[in-house]
Design a protein around this ligand. Structure first.
Ligand SMILES: [Zn+2]
Ligand SMILES: [Zn+2]
Length: 308
């Protein structure tokens, strides 16, 4: 089951010639989800070939560099005769503002747009095998982060052992794997625990949006495969990070360590660091043992299962 992340925009508040404002595209099987939509997001979707078939847009907060792409994106969707509904999830208390963006210049989308306000701990969207949870962040606006968390998968089926126990190859295998006991012809009962291993964890991606280091980031998912964290500044401007409700790369790395993350993507770099990212990486690596990277716009990432 492929799970792919495409970084559409990785800039801080002001875009650069290399970086678009914040937006992240996630594809999981048939589902396409967008997290934030800074100005120009629709062109990034074209450039990097993601398509426009998103069903959900998750907004971390209503600062322009995270939402100004919404009106243009919705207009293009309408030009394309979209009929499928779109759900927009956003922090509690932002519905009115968001509505004014959706209906900018008197525009009325040709398709239903549903706005869903979420707060800390809410499940914004629940699908068959995963959910997207909102969690509390610490920014100078109403804000949340989001975590895509997959359900546990069934344990491994020990085929060899099942055969040793005399289970005939066929439907009884599936029954056992689905958690049901089966009775053999000689009356012996085989329980699933005998042939099915422990449930295996699914994958998870955590995206903070703009924030100071926030404790909820650590709790929202167990050992996330990928943490995408605000790293607007390096150590040289740690005071500015605190003042403007952002994080430094080092702080992002501390959160990644405490969350048990596998990989850390540093996002939302201030334009003052354009072309100078060495400090961010170095300072993050001093406190985080996992993989740290600073994605460019267009960077794609496949998330594999922890046990694969
Ligand atoms: Zn921002
Ligand atoms: Zn912001």
């Amino acid at each position: 089951m492929p799970l792919r992340v495409t970084f559409l925009g990785t800039a801080g508040a002001i875009p650069t010639t290399e970086r678009n404002p914040s937006s992240i595209f996630v594809a999981r099987e048939g589902d396409q989800l967008l997290f934030d939509a800074g100005e120009g997001t629709q062109r990034q979707m074209m450039r990097f070939g993601t398509g426009f078939s998103i069903s959900h847009l998750f907004v971390t907060h209503l600062h322009g560099d995270h939402v100004l792409g919404i009106p243009g994106l919705l207009q293009t969707m309408a030009f394309n005769d979209r009929e499928e509904p779109l759900a927009i999830h956003a922090p509690r208390g932002t519905r009115r503002q968001l509505k004014s963006l959706v209906n900018a210049l008197g525009n009325r989308p040709s398709f239903p747009v549903r706005i869903n306000e979420v707060g800390d701990g809410d499940v914004a969207f629940s699908a068959d095998e995963y959910e997207v949870r909102a969690f509390e962040t610490d920014h100078d606006a109403r804000s949340v982060g989001y975590a895509l968390v997959e359900d546990d998968r069934k344990g491994r089926f020990d085929r060899e052992h099942a055969e040793e126990l005399g289970v005939p190859v066929g439907p009884k295998f599936s029954k056992l794997h689905a958690g049901e006991s089966v009775e053999l012809e000689d009356g012996t009962v085989v329980d699933p625990e005998q042939v099915v291993g422990e449930p295996r964890p699914g994958r998870s991606i955590v995206y903070t949006g703009d924030t100071r280091p926030a404790a909820a980031t650590i709790e929202v998912a167990d050992d996330p495969d990928l943490l995408i964290h605000d790293a607007t500044f390096a150590d040289d401007r740690a005071d500015r990070a605190a003042k403007t409700a952002h994080s430094t790369a080092r702080q992002a790395a501390e959160i990644a360590t405490r969350a048990g993350a596998d990989r850390l993507a540093l996002m939302h770099l201030s334009s003052r660091y354009a072309g100078h990212t060495a400090d961010h990486l170095e300072q993050a690596r001093e406190v985080f043992d996992g993989e740290v990277f600073l994605p460019d716009d267009g960077r794609e990432l496949e998330i594999s299962y922890p046990d694969s």
